[in-house]
Design a protein around this ligand. Sequence first.
Ligand code: PEP
Ligand code: MG
Length: 586
Amino acid sequence: MSSESSQNEIILEGIAASPGVAHGPALVYLQKQLDVPCYDLQESAIETELERFDQAILETRAEITSIRDKIASTLGEGEARIFDAHLLVLEDSALLEEVTSELRNTKKNIEYCYDRVAERYMSFFKSMEDEYLKERVADIRDVSRRLLHNLTGTQKVSLRDLSGDCILVSEDISPSDAADMAREKLLAFATDAGGKTSHSVIMARSLGIPAVVGSHDATKRIKTGDQILIDGHDGVIVINPSQDRLYKYGKLATERKKRDEIIIKVIDQPSASKDGVPIALMANVEGAREMEHVNAMNADGVGLFRTEGIFLRHHGYPPESVQYDEYLAVAEAAGDNPVIVRTLDIGGDKTIDDDNVKDDSSFMGFRAIRFCLENLDIFKTQIRAILRASAKGNVKIMYPMISGVLELRKANEVLESVKQELRSEGIDFDENIEVGAMVEVPSAAMIIDIIAKEVDFLSIGTNDLIQYLMAVDRLNDRVAHLYQPAHPAVLRSLKSIIDGGREAGIPVSICGEIAGEPAFAALLLGMGASSLSMTANLLPEVKYFIRNINQSEAIALVEEVMALGDSDANAKALEAFRREKMGNLA
Ligand code: PEP
Ligand code: MG
């Protein structure tokens, strides 16, 4: 939806995905396929063509080196390593010789020859058994795209390498794009597609980057360089905002800042209701670099470590040593607090350069534990790294997407076999490491009594649970209005899972996005959840809210909404409760 107002302002409406307001120039990022030209050369043009090739290699080399240096100074040597691999691919003498002979033999233009040779290399590496060699496919693809852009003179916008502050406008942003973004330059983003719980939105929220998604046609209405304003609180994009509007937003920002200053004061207080009922408030993270902020927010540990972040940043399957370093760094930063490391949840919107995953990226497809149980080498490498980190920190392990007890047992068999390997190698790990299951597939929720008997803890992944219960793809903006966390079916499921955990004597946590919404947090406290895990930025407000209510009020809220029959009525009751309890900070 859009409307025109004064002074050529254009207002587009979307979904409020990540709070905050930003104003600045737009950068429209279209992920179009590169068109590789194909034409015949005269014999006399061959040498000039080879000179053009040399020139493009030099340019590409300079580009990669400059990005490498930039990443090394901002994110560290570890993150920069991938560009060393890119330089090796760019200068691989066998590949370059093959391109030259392709050119001499076919007398076709150099872009066409390079593309053909690169494709041959990629299919060769793809067919390899060795995981390390398979990973080279992503490097070749990245390098060949960069080189082809230089040869064809087309500009490739690199999200790692944004040249100035900007607001990214895109059809969609995949989690691997998000993992690549130069965050310090990114003021906000707006997408045509997407939902509130897409993984790039979750990343934006954890980085405090405002975002509006699902606006349908932002990329058609906005041009690179347009001044735009993103209001991530109300889901509004304003093209050419007037001075008047900017002034109003400035005032609002000052008020929000004052409110945040009051709320943040609670962070050193215990996580408990007004009458002292404790509920651990933990953080969802994707890597060690978030831990400083997590500790500043005084989180009671990490309730969900989404390990896919390491894989996405690595553009493939990171070796055990890289994973171990990251798990250990998070565990050490958490001190005595627990860190729940979730095993790889790749698939769905989180794809890496592996056709195995890419070709089946449906949320109901080859994802998470399903992928791990069929790729035991990848699964075992990860479990080894987690177990090794458990020797030095309070680490727990959790499996995503468990749909039944057989899957859980299979995963535990793999865990047991890795433990046995480590024992025989004399490598330390926590023999009593706790193992939990995410409850995010309705079939697991239905048999919670059976699942609960075989784990040490449960964690409800409401982002997925809601999409599967409601049959609403969490990325699809067309049906986003049907993604209803307050639907009676969702509330009943939550209650029955929490009851199931209590009956089995094990803790139940909630780590989906609703855990970071104050009224839902109160509701979950009333249902008896033992902990809530959320983006660290949301923790102060949830703590402020929880500390403002008595357990009896939370229980009364559960009774009230469980008696109502539809999601609108439930959502209204939750919002009324939030407003009442937040008072003038609502
Ligand atoms: C969830 O599904 O609620 C969850 C926390 O996992 P993810 O968002 O990573 O799928
Ligand atoms: Mg999930």
